[in-house]
Structure formats: C-alpha cells, structure tokens
Design a protein around this ligand. Structure first.
Ligand SMILES: Cc1cc2nc3c(=O)[nH]c(=O)nc-3n(C[C@H](O)[C@H](O)[C@H](O)COP(=O)(O)OP(=O)(O)OC[C@H]3O[C@@H](n4cnc5c(N)ncnc54)[C@H](O)[C@@H]3O)c2cc1C
Length: 510
C-alpha cells in the first residue's frame, strides 16, 4: 500500500510531535514552517552584553505539562537532561516579612498554610480530589480520546465533575479553602492564560488541567541548555526519521477538495499535494486557510485575549536571594510574588486590563530561576538568568514602550535579591509582542483563553467530535492540533499526539 502523504503546517511543539508519531507509523510527512527555524513559541534568542553572548528563552521557559510517554516515545528523553527543583516554592504577599513555603507533601502544606495564612479548610482533600481528576485526564491522553462530561461523571461522579470540571474556580476554592491567600495562590493557574473571571463556568477545570503533566509527576522543571532544546532536538530526530521540513515557507492557500496547498518561499509560490493535512497553528490561522466564511466568523468570535508579560533578566554574577534555605536547590526554587491582598483585588487586577486605556494592573509574578537550574545541570553560561512571568498587561503596548512597567516589576523582584547591582540586561515582552512574534491572535499563550465555551471538550473544530475530535469541520482530510485544541497550550505536544492517533485510526494505519 502507498504511504499516505501528510503535510503539517507549523513546526511548533504540536506539529513536531504529530510529525514524529505519523512518520514512525508509516506516513510520508512534510512540514511547512513560516519561520526560519522550527519551534514556534518554544525558541531561543541571543542577548549580547559587553561583548559576551547568551541564549535565553524568548517564549516558553519551563517544562511540566508534557506526558512522560511522549517524552520517551519521541526519542527526546535519550537526548536531553532535565532538572526539577524539589525545594518548596516560596510565596510572598504584600507586607510579608518572610515567605510561605509550598510543600509537596499535602500534610506539611496543610500545616504551613494554617500557620502562615490561617487556612482552616481541607487542603489535603483538595490535593487528593485533584489527583483523581488528573489521573482521569491522563488516561484520556494515553488513549487519545478527549473525555466528555458524561465520561467524567461516570468515572469521577457528579460531585467531583461539578466541582472540578463544569464549575467555576470560585466555587471550587470556596468548597475546599477558607483563606484569601490560599484561594489567590490556587487562582493563579486560572488566569495564567488570560483575563478569565473566577466565576466563569468551567474555570475550575484549568486547575487539574495545568497539573496533568506526567513528565515530572505534575511538577515543573528545566531542560539543560534551555527548553528550546526540546523543539530543536525533535526537529533533528524527525529529520533523521525522514520528515521533510520547508522553513521560511508560509502557507497562503489550501484546497482541501483537491488535496493541495500553496506556500510562499523566497517570493515564489510552490504547490504541494497531500492525502492528509494537519494544521499545527493557532485556530484563527487554520480557519482562515481552510474554513468556510461561517467557520471563520465563528472562530473570530472566540476569546483570544492574553494578559501575560515576560521579563527576561541577566545578572553578571549568580543571584543571591534574601530568602532561601540550606538545601542545595534553594537557589533554583520557584518564587512567586503577589501584588494583591484579597481575591477581590486579584479579580479586579485580572479584569482591569480589558480596559484599553490601562497598560498594567499588578497581579502576581512567577520567577523561574533558569540560570541556577543550568548550574545544577552543569551547564556553564556567562550570565545568571531569570525568566519573570507576570500579570496583568493589556494588549495595547509593546514592551519596549513600557519602561515604567519594567521599573515596577524590577523593584518588586530586586526586593528579594541581595545583589541587584549585578543586573546587566533585561527584555520585556507584552501580549502585543507575543501577537507579533508568534502570531498568537490576541497575545494568549494558549492560542485561545481557557474559559467557558472554549475549554475541555469544547476545544474542538470538528463537526463530529465524538468520532474525530481533531478533524477540521466536516473535511475528511484536514486535522487541527495547535494549542487552541484540547487539552491546551504549553510545551506538551499532547494535542499533536492525540491528533496523530486519531488520524492514524481514520486512515486505518494504527
Ligand atoms: C512568553 C511565553 C511564555 C510561555 N511560557 C511557557 C512555559 O514556561 N511553559 C510552557 O509549557 N509553555 C509556555 N508557553 C506556551 C507555549 O510556548 C505554547 O503554548 C506552545 O509552544 C504552542 O505550541 P504549538 O505547537 O501549539 O503552536 P506554536 O508554537 O504557536 O506553533 C505554530 C507554528 O505555526 C507556524 N505558522 C503559523 N502560520 C503559518 C503559515 N501560514 N504557514 C506556515 N507556518 C505557519 C508558526 O510560525 C509556528 O511556528 C509560553 C508562551 C509564551 C509566548
């Protein structure tokens, strides 16, 4: 039998994972990528300081949501070294004289939150119930079958399904927790992708979803060199498997019925035939290329808004943290700083940036100690580096035009550091920058917001999601697997994997 020709548009993590599985399963895979390198939003950039250069993560920084079997089966685990800080995270709220520690062990965490935040709720039950939902989701990933609410009810029961899947984050937190600080800590996940109201239906679901990675057992960590080594390595592995990749090539037209597409390369148009087309892009790009006017209108009506900023920072000497512990990985522990003191303030800051006249409403900062992690991996670099992921920025301005915001973020950060004078370089990226750099429609890291109507099983563009969840509309030969599809964004490739398995079943190649 002739091997089916599969063309994949977009060589981000999802396109790359789909290519890997399809090529190994007997398809002839060709990738078409607009940029001059593979990686999408998981790529590096080089900073130059005083004649020395260092790479940093332009988009994603930390790994955690990938599935362990994807890391193994693609061949990545043999080629990459990783490091996961085991040290509890350090959390700072306004006015704190010392941080709160987020222990991994639920009973230790329960004690710490009771002592520091006056928490009187059911922290251990929260973790136990979340683990049940996570294991239900992970089973769906392995089988490449996005679960339905009915499946959830059958496996988890009505109460857990309502609390953790169909309900709001606010109701979930009020059910298990009493302190405002515990609730804000848990709410961070919900608003990470964009300005999602905590009372939105399905907003609870973001919590187990974002903890459903298995590569590090639900935790987040680092890759030696930088997270972009994942997409670079996968591009290399795929090439050795026989995947053809055309870079600097933008797809401009698709004729699904004729099984061909046109892409532009160096000012010239090229035609390519396919048996199957996989769109590894954001849904708006995909819909505009393959959708009907009605589908385009529907997709344009989705919520794409992102509100995350990223400040990359370099220090000439290793950062000396004011708060730490004697543990060897204390320098690499995740550190979170809140600028708000109550859930009400948190929500006001989250939603405030929907006003186009507002540039920045301080919410929280997550500090990823990439340089320290590289030292733990014996990877030597000229500078120490941090990635500071922070909320909330509007879509209006470029980072280069927000010097005042950068000063505010640095002030908060430097409060925790003994040697701020060693900071030699920074770069601020806003949702507007992400929109232009990575083609994210509204600057949302996840391609679309994780909110009611576009999360869980609604992250599909198929007319027949029960049978072919990743198919595009009613087209028999077009699939979509970018981050806008189930389960979500992040450097995970879960959608790419699940889509590849459904395509193989459809083509009877599994
Ligand atoms: C600043 C930032 C920080 C982040 N931090 C993290 C983090 O720490 N951890 C984490 O796990 N995730 C993080 N994310 C999210 C994560 O990077 C993304 O969700 C993920 O990389 C998206 O992968 P993807 O393959 O779905 O899409 P993309 O990476 O968006 O890939 C789509 C590809 O399609 C190409 N394309 C689009 N249109 C065309 C066309 N017409 N023709 C040809 N090619 C086309 C694009 O060039 C792109 O390469 C972050 C993202 C950003 C921007």
């Amino acid at each position: 039998m002739r091997k089916p020709d599969v063309v994949i548009v977009g060589a981000g993590i999802n396109g790359l994972v789909a290519a890997n599985y399809l090529q190994r399963s007997g398809c002839n895979v060709t990738m078409i990528e607009r940029a001059e390198r593979v990686g999408g939003a998981c790529v590096s950039e080089v900073a130059s300081v005083d004649g020395q250069t260092e790479s940093y993560a332009l988009g994603a920084s930390v790994l955690g949501l990938m599935q362990d079997f994807v890391f193994e089966e693609t061949g990545l685990s043999k080629r990459l070294q990783t490091f996961v800080p085991e040290h509890p995270k350090f959390i700072f709220f306004p006015g704190d004289t010392e941080p709160t520690w987020i222990f991994r062990d639920p009973s230790e965490l329960d004690r710490e939150l009771a002592n520091k935040w006056g928490e009187r709720g059911a922290v251990e039950a929260f973790r136990e119930d979340e683990a049940k939902v996570v294991s239900f989701l992970q089973e769906g990933y392995v089988n490449a079958i996005p679960p339905s609410v009915d499946d959830a009810k059958r496996v988890l029961g009505d109460t857990l399904t309502k609390l953790w899947i169909t309900g709001s984050a606010r109701a979930l937190m009020d059910h298990y927790l009493t302190s405002e600080r515990s609730k804000m800590y848990m709410a961070m996940t919900v608003t990470e992708s964009g300005p999602v109201p905590l009372s939105d239906p399905y907003s609870a679901f973001t919590l187990p979803l974002m903890d459903s990675g298995s590569v590090f057992g639900g935790y987040y960590g680092f890759v030696k060199g930088g997270i972009w080594r994942i997409t670079e390595e996968l591009g290399g592995i795929n090439a050795r498997l026989g995947v053809q990749t055309h870079l600097s090539s933008r797809v401009v037209n698709v004729e699904p019925s004729g099984g061909n597409l046109t892409y532009e390369h160096e000012g010239r148009e090229q035609l390519l035939n396919f048996d199957y087309l996989v769109m590894g892009t954001d849904p708006l790009t995909a819909t505009r290329l393959v959708g009907s006017p009605e589908q385009i209108k529907r997709t344009e009506g989705q919520r794409f808004r992102g509100s995350s900023g990223k400040l990359n920072v370099m220090f000439r000497n290793p950062i000396r943290w004011k708060f730490g512990s004697g543990a060897s990985d204390s320098d690499a522990a995740f550190r979170f700083i809140f600028s708000v003191s109550s859930v009400e303030e948190y929500e006001a800051a989250t939603l405030g940036v929907l006003d186009d006249n507002v540039d920045y409403t301080p919410g929280y900062m997550q500090i990823y100690c990439e340089g320290a992690a590289m030292r733990h991996l014996n990877h030597s670099e000229p500078f120490d580096r941090l990635a500071v992921f922070f909320k909330n920025l509007s879509l209006g301005q470029h980072g280069a035009d927000l010097a005042g915001v950068e000063v505010q973020v640095k002030e908060k950060l430097f409060d925790l550091i003994e040697n701020p004078e060693d900071c030699v370089w920074t770069r601020l990226l806003t949702p507007r920058d992400l929109q232009e750099l990575f083609l994210f429609p509204g600057g949302n890291l996840d391609h679309t917001m994780l909110t009611g109507g576009q999360t869980y099983f609604d992250r599909t563009y198929s007319d027949d999601p029960a049978t072919d969840f990743y198919r595009f509309g009613d087209l028999d030969n077009v699939y979509l697997c970018g981050s806008g599809t189930y389960p979500c964004g992040s450097v995970t490739g879960t959608a790419g994997y699940m889509c590849s398995q459904q395509l193989l079943r459809h083509a009877k190649l599994d």
